[in-house]
Design a binder for this molecule. Structure first.
Ligand code: PLP
Length: 393
């Protein structure tokens, strides 16, 4: 049976004919290969011995004391390569290998997904091309060096603004040209069906572990919070709690300089239905339907669309979405560093940045789980040079 390509009214496959055949092949392979014992066993082995899973569920006592609520941190920052992205990259690269593909490709903005995919490709012996806007490649020199050291090729894209949007377009074109031998590893729960479901399923390991870990601690979660760029770490942890209506789910997007300014990435707050990268979803756009430029201190949250399942969860009211500014994010990053000795990624610091507002509004002492999607090593320059009111591209 064909999988439903929609979440409510969002999702679908808004792609040219040439891409359709590859998506059909991918869906077939996904349904046939991923449920097998062999695939599941090999993936589980890699996640435990290579990525370092399960990631800990940590009761942050000093942070809890500070806010007057019990705060638990799901430590995706402790994964190999420093974020949740590797869960998905390894699983997709493994699927590519089972499908008989010899090469993978990926798009990347800040380089984190490129790094995770180059890592997975090195591990599994696959050739790997990473498409990156030339401007991004110059800005993210450290990740470019890492990707090349891992044996992958960085393809610098010189079109348009030379950033993520152009890199994605070039990657799709390259994929279409070599559709027999290439697998396209998408980095978030976005794109045409079946990618949003595949990425959700591969990241759901976060939610499954979190649920089991809390149960073992005899903690009943009241609220689960995660940051939302394309939405993969959020949907990964949410998926463990979607069926339990007593758990409130909150996604946090980037408000940049403020939702009342033009400098933000508040897709859920300010977007309207539209089409971007092959899917129908909420999109930040002007009155003519042109996609708006986005601004955030965090490259990983700087996206004018969002995964279609999040648009749907908002639509039906199962999840709530809030926005946190650059300023609130930096304050949260400093607070966690000082109180717990954990330096979070600036993306993850958006989820943490909601805590002051969230905790103030709660009537009874609550159990709050925050997904710490990554570590902050990559962000030290940004944090050191941060000045209030800076406009990030
Ligand atoms: C890329 C990234 C994100 C944003 O991606 P999602 O798909 O929304 O999870 C969040 N946190 C970190 C650390 C990232 O690298």
């Amino acid at each position: 049976m064909k999988m439903n390509s929609y979440f409510g009214k969002y999702g679908g496959q808004f792609v040219p004919e040439t891409v359709m055949s590859a998506l059909i092949e991918l869906e077939k392979a996904y349904k046939k290969i991923v449920p097998t014992k062999k695939f599941q066993r090999e993936l589980k082995e890699l996640l435990s011995t290579y990525v370092g899973r399960p990631s800990p569920m940590y009761h942050a006592k000093r942070l809890s004391e500070h806010f007057g609520h019990n705060i638990y941190l799901k430590r995706e920052d402790l994964n190999h390569t420093g974020a949740h992205k590797i869960n998905n990259s390894i699983a997709q690269a493994l699927l590519a290998k089972y499908m008989g593909k010899t090469k993978v490709l990926a798009e990347t903005g800040a380089g984190q997904h490129g790094l995770a995919t180059a890592t997975a490709a090195a591990l599994l012996g696959l050739e790997c091309d990473v498409y990156m806007g030339a401007v991004d490649a110059a800005r993210q020199a450290l990740n470019v060096h890492k990707i090349e050291l891992l044996g992958a090729r960085v393809v610098r894209v010189e079109d348009g603004l030379k950033t993520l949007k152009e890199a994605t377009t070039a990657a799709i074109q390259a994929w279409v040209n070599e559709i027999e031998s290439r697998f396209y590893v998408i980095g978030s729960a976005v794109g045409p069906h079946p990618y949003p479901k595949i990425v959700r399923d591969f990241q759901s390991v976060i939610g499954k572990e979190a649920k089991a870990q809390l149960k073992k601690l005899s903690v009943k979660p009241d609220i689960v919070v995660a940051c939302v760029g394309g939405g993969s770490n959020a949907i990964g942890i949410f998926s463990g709690f979607l069926d339990d209506k007593s758990v409130e789910l909150i996604g946090v997007e980037a408000a940049g300089l403020g939702l009342e300014t033009p400098y933000h990435a508040g897709t859920m707050s300010k977007g309207r239905d539209g089409i971007i990268h092959g899917m129908k979803t909420l999109v930040l756009q002007d009155e003519n339907g042109c996609i708006s430029p986005v601004h955030s201190i965090s490259a990983g949250l700087d996206y004018p669309g969002v995964g279609p399942q999040h648009s749907h969860l908002k639509d039906i009211g199962r999840a709530k979405y809030e926005a946190v500014t650059d300023d609130e994010c930096i304050e949260a990053l400093k607070l966690l560093s000082r109180l717990e000795g954990i330096i979070p990624a600036i993306e993850s610091s958006h989820a943490l940045g909601l805590l002051p507002r969230l905790c103030k509004g709660l009537k009874k002492r609550s159990n709050i789980v925050v997904n710490v999607s990554g570590r902050g090593d990559k962000d030290m320059d940004t944090v050191m040079n941060y000045k209030k009111g800076t406009i990030y591209g």
